[in-house]
Design a protein around this ligand. Structure first.
Ligand SMILES: *[C@@H]1O[C@H](CO)[C@@H](O)[C@H](O)[C@H]1NC(C)=O
Length: 262
């Protein structure tokens, strides 16, 4: 069963690799392996994978190191099917409704913080290739993948990005990617349709060492606030994007059942 699935995902990866190009930026979910959201009946340690995913998303299960083997099939279907896209849409749409409702001073100080991986850009092609954790996570390989700069946009997030720009809110990308990926990240963002931003902040390890994402992101947000910016919103796929200090007036959590960053 698992072997079949991995082969299926490798097949998806090949198809995806040809359709994830710049000319087709919207084609991030080209395949529907099954109609619906996959085998929700699959279970891990007595709970269904759907319940596992919910517990992960609401931060009851924390510091997990990978998708349980029993749930890879389920997560693969979730990510590649319509469900992930719909969940992302629900979050981004709500973020826009909130932003639209604000009566903000027109002083050029309103910023919205966007995380990058699994928020603005999707590394789904990588996770497809590693069979959603069927092959062990390899940081070197993941960084090599990021260095290629080929990650497609998450389409629903890009819609929010464009709407916020129209509202006159400035965009700040704040990512745990390290500064050696600056060139690849700039190229990837532009290729994926994120053409402009006020700031792009990558992790400078000489400054932040190996501090956790919560500590690093809080420190960078504090700098922004001290520079006089007003963080009106903050969106990410990880709890570490939206916990800590200076989190912003409202935070929005996108789904991510693939990895956990503390
Ligand atoms: C991770 O990937 C790199 C590059 O492919 C390889 O050299 C290395 O041996 C891998 N590490 C592990 C622990 O598998």
């Amino acid at each position: 069963m698992m072997k079949t699935l991995v082969v299926a995902f490798l097949l998806v990866a090949c198809i995806a690799a040809t359709s994830y190009g710049a000319e087709e930026p919207y084609q991030i979910f080209p395949l529907r392996l099954k109609s619906g959201s996959g085998p929700e009946g699959a279970s891990v340690q007595g709970i269904t994978c759907a319940s596992w995913r919910l517990a992960v998303e609401v931060h009851n299960i924390i510091e997990w190191t990978g998708i349980p083997a029993e749930c890879r099939d389920y997560v693969g279907n979730y990510m590649l099917g319509q469900h992930y896209r719909d969940d992302s849409k629900a979050v981004n749409r709500e973020a826009y409704f909130y932003a639209r409702s604000l009566a903000l001073p027109r002083d050029g100080r309103n910023i919205w913080i966007f995380d990058i991986d699994e928020t603005s850009l999707s590394n789904l092609p990588y996770f497809v290739q590693n069979g959603f954790g069927a092959l062990p996570y390899n940081e070197t390989e993941f960084y090599e993948f990021l260095g290629k700069g080929v990650s497609p946009a998450l389409p629903e997030t890009r819609k929010l990005y464009n709407k916020l720009l129209n509202l006159g809110i400035k965009i700040v990308f704040l990512t745990g990617r390290t500064t050696d990926l600056t060139t690849a990240t700039v190229a990837n963002l532009k290729k994926a349709g994120y053409h402009t931003w006020h700031k792009l902040i990558l992790k400078d390890t000489t400054e932040h060492g190996d501090s956790t994402a919560v500590v690093y992101k809080s420190a960078e947000r504090e700098k922004l606030v001290k520079q006089g910016y007003r963080i009106v919103g903050n969106i990410g796929d990880q709890w570490s994007d939206i916990l800590g200090t200076h989190t912003g007036r409202r935070t929005f959590k996108l789904p991510d059942p693939v990895y956990y960053v503390s």
